[in-house]
Design a binder for this molecule. Structure first.
Ligand SMILES: *Cc1c(COP(=O)(O)O)cnc(C)c1O
Length: 364
């Protein structure tokens, strides 16, 4: 029986940082063209789907998964040509790896990232009571403000720095030399978050050997497997070993292990899809640049950030949604993102629907 005459005082049970947070909201996309979450719009051909299903048929769901996901790790090592001296840790999405990294830090220490950047860095840091510092990017170029970053490192001595490369939500690749300078000067760890690596012609994976505090993180989500939830991070065995202690033993389920390994062995399919997306990105950038009143930012990712005329972002976002296309309204984040919207590159017809709705929104 539920005890009635008692009021639970959650305020005294939960950390104040948790009570102060708002939950990460995901918009309802039902019935809409979904260009809000950087997903790959393409499915698999029928024959590949059939071989995948055949593989899943014999998956022993009554057994716990392989806690080390060995075959999958080997595939990831092979595809990235990772030298044996580095270790790999898998996460239930790279979000889980961000959580593990932050959970391992001393309470109260500082975490630093440029602002704006991926929202989970701040959300998780704050929920754990860490001192999160967002250092503003330069206006318009969204480039790292290197002197400000170096000063913040000096002042806050961060245990961890996140650099998304390309950055979300701005889409650009930060200057490589600036990143190297940050890695060299900090006493803490630097995580290069390469969630959008499939769409960018740049990576720090080959630089791992040059810095003992460097970690490179990737995810299969933006490549086309967002539903599977698989991310990974590569770095020195000493660092990965510590993270492994706080990882839950069966964090990668059997279906994900099998499916991810299967998918990665069809690299050519994903390369083809990625090329289509990159070609559409070029077209979309070009089309957006022709529209009066918009400022469009270059992108090395599978999404494009653009600025609408002053105080129009929410109206335009809602108008486009009325027309059946869901993009992301990030204008409410303020700062450098004031008046900004973000669109994921979709299939040609989806992008056409978006462009047509956007153009209409500006004349209506
Ligand atoms: C989407 C995204 C992630 C999260 O990826 P998951 O593997 O789906 O958790 C991490 N970092 C950046 C920069 C992202 O944009």
């Amino acid at each position: 029986m539920v005890q009635k005459n008692r009021t639970m005082d959650l305020n005294s049970l939960f950390r104040k940082e948790v009570l102060a947070l708002s939950a990460y909201k995901v918009a309802d996309a039902q019935g809409l063209i979904k260009l809000d979450a950087m997903e790959n719009p393409y499915h698999w051909p029928e024959d590949i789907k059939s071989s995948w299903l055949a593989l899943l048929r014999d998956c022993p769901l009554n057994r716990y998964p392989d806690p080390e996901a060995r075959p999958l790790v080997e595939t990831i090592r092979r595809l990235n040509q990772l030298p044996a001296q580095f270790d790999v840790l898998l996460g239930n999405g790279s979000d889980e790896i961000i959580l593990l990294l932050l959970m391992a830090l001393n309470p109260g220490t500082s975490v630093l990232a440029p602002a704006p950047s991926f929202v989970m860095y701040k959300q998780i840091s704050q929920s754990l009571g860490l001192n999160y510092q967002g250092i503003p990017l330069l206006a318009e170029s969204f480039e790292l403000d290197l002197p400000a970053m170096l000063a913040a490192i000096e002042q806050h001595r961060p245990a961890l720095i996140f650099l998304a490369y390309p950055n979300n939500p701005t889409g650009n690749l930060f200057d490589e030399q600036s990143i190297r300078e940050i890695i060299k000067i900090t006493q803490g760890l630097v995580v290069i978050d390469e969630a959008y690596a499939p769409f960018a012609d740049a990576s720090f994976m080959n630089s791992l050997g040059q810095y003992d505090n460097l970690l490179v993180m990737r995810t299969l989500s933006k490549l086309g497997l967002a539903g599977l939830r698989l991310g990974y991070i590569v770095g020195q065995p000493a660092i990965i070993g510590e993270l492994n202690k706080i990882r839950l033993p069966y964090n990668i389920n059997s279906l994900t292990q099998l499916s991810a390994d299967f998918a990665l062995s069809h690299q050519a399919l994903f390369d083809e899809q990625t090329q289509k997306i990159c070609a559409e990105r070029t077209r979309l950038l070009h089309e957006l640049a022709q529209i009066d009143g918009l400022t469009v930012f270059v992108s090395a990712a599978n999404f494009i950030l653009f600025r609408t005329p002053e105080n129009q972002a929410t109206r335009i976002f809602e108008y486009i949604k009325q027309q059946g296309v869901l993009i992301k309204n990030i204008s409410y984040q303020g700062g450098l993102l004031t008046d900004c919207l973000r669109v994921t590159v979709g299939k040609p017809d989806e992008n056409a629907a978006f462009l047509s709705a956007l153009k209409k929104s500006l004349v209506d």
